[in-house]
Design a protein around this ligand. Structure first.
Ligand SMILES: [Zn+2]
Ligand SMILES: [Zn+2]
Length: 444
């Protein structure tokens, strides 16, 4: 859109790409712009008028985010004579294929989609905008996850959660007070999702060293710029410190951009995210209501950090050629863990079979470099202390999670995705069980 929308900043300034890139490849320019201020919603309404003229805007929110911001946004649209339709979904909405299609259908009469909310609402807006190829803007209501700026939308298709490509928003309108006053648990979940980078970035470096060679330090470097604001003062999450919470929020927005710059979610999603995906996928079998994405990821961060600790203790001479055996043990267990979803999981796990079998030679060849990388990860206790200082207890009970289900997630979640993570290294070297036991001790 070539309308001169003023007073906005790039989430990440494009000149940083060349300053901080270490891979030498060209990173696709991500042109998401953001307006921050207490007049953000008026600003949005004026931009809407400019963008759609006499056309109309579809505003999507839910009962909670309508109260937090959507109602005010609608008033601003009204005051600025912008034609609009508001769809307010129930507070406990999850993104199913039928709902996503409904929003897509509703959007067909509008020239712009504005999502007011966090994960669910943004996934819906993005999905519909991508399907209909209409512009998509967002009004975040919580620093709860890094999906606002990502190029994917999570949708449950026939009950199975999938991540589909979807265009990120062009513009983001941020009212700092709305973000600061977001419900406590959402802020804590956002902190945990941001902490994932401390382990996933190392997962990615390992994968790159062993296989793809595509690691770049740019994604990590741009996120690191806001890290000190929340890692240095996690108490600020509980206390409602604007500096901490807006620092966390900025870190999450940048993290979404970092994934687009990398061309994959690898900078922000490794083994720790598999734990959360595993629990979500198994929810239909266990009847457990999944906890917030970020909080489940937090438990995964503790597990990944425990795996790194255990791996760092292994000497090169003790590495054994157990790849074929380790693979078949986990492959054989898939049917009993997954029931009617087993075929889909098997497909994912078998995609990385060749890479896993190559561990027998690649791990000993690279062990010294790998050990250096393992040593970069902070202790599991560091992460659990940080999360607790932010006011979240981080126990199995707080996560509404049974011990056996967590153990299963820890031991078997490496099978659900093709990506190589620390969980594969831990399983191959035989330390995954010990790391799981150590994590369970910390979480009880
Ligand atoms: Zn690069
Ligand atoms: Zn995440």
């Amino acid at each position: 859109m070539d309308i001169p929308f003023n007073n906005k900043n790039y989430v990440v300034e494009p000149e940083k790409y060349t300053q901080l890139c270490t891979c030498g490849n060209r990173h696709p320019p991500i042109s998401i712009k953001m307006y921050t201020g207490t007049d953000a919603y008026t600003h949005l309404a004026k931009d809407c008028r400019q963008a759609v003229g006499s056309g109309s805007v579809l505003l999507v929110d839910d009962e909670n985010t309508h109260r937090a911001a959507g109602g005010r946004v609608a008033t601003c649209l009204q005051e600025n004579s912008v034609q609009h339709q508001v769809i307010t979904l129930p507070g406990d909405t999850s993104v199913t294929d039928s709902l996503a299609e409904r929003i897509t259908f509703e959007s067909s009469r509008h020239g712009l989609i504005v999502a007011v909310g966090a994960g669910t609402i943004n996934d819906l807006g993005k999905y519909a905008a991508g399907k209909r190829n209409v512009p998509y803007w967002t009004v975040p209501t919580a620093p709860s996850m890094n999906g606002y700026t990502s190029s994917i939308a999570a949708v449950k298709i026939k009950g199975v959660k999938r991540t589909l490509p979807a265009p990120p928003p062009q513009f983001i309108y941020v009212h700092p007070e709305v973000i600061r006053q977001a419900p406590m648990k959402l802020r804590q979940a956002g902190l945990c999702d941001a902490l994932a980078k401390s382990v996933s970035d190392i997962d990615w470096q390992i994968e790159s060293l062993l296989f793809s060679g595509n690691y770049c330090a740019l994604p990590s470097a741009i996120v690191a710029e806001s890290e000190s604001s929340y890692m240095g003062n996690p108490e600020g999450i509980v206390q409602g410190s604007e500096k901490t919470i807006m620092g966390l929020f900025k870190g999450l927005l940048v993290s979404g951009v970092a994934m687009s710059l990398a061309g994959s979610s690898a900078p922000a999603s490794g083994g720790e995210h598999l734990i959360s995906h595993f629990l979500d996928m198994r929810a239909s079998l266990t009847k457990r209501t999944p906890e917030l994405h970020g909080l489940q990821v937090g438990a995964g961060v503790i597990l990944s950090a425990s795996c790194y600790r255990q791996l760092a203790l292994i000497n090169e001479k003790d590495l054994k050629s157990t790849a074929a055996n380790a693979f078949s043990i986990d492959a054989d267990n898939i049917p009993s863990v997954w029931g009617n979803m087993a075929a889909e999981v098997e497909k994912q796990f078998f995609k990385k079979r060749e890479h896993l079998l190559a561990f027998d030679s690649l791990l000993p060849e690279n062990w010294q470099t790998l050990k250096m990388l393992f040593g970069k990860v902070k202790k599991p206790q560091f992460f659990i202390d940080l999360i607790r200082r932010a006011g979240f207890e981080m126990t199995l009970e707080a996560l509404n999670l049974l011990k056996d289900e967590f153990r299963l997630a820890a031991l078997a979640s490496r099978t659900i995705r093709e990506r190589i993570t620390v969980l594969d290294l831990a399983a191959h070297t035989g330390v995954l069980e010990d790391a799981t036991a150590a994590t369970l001790e910390l979480l009880t």
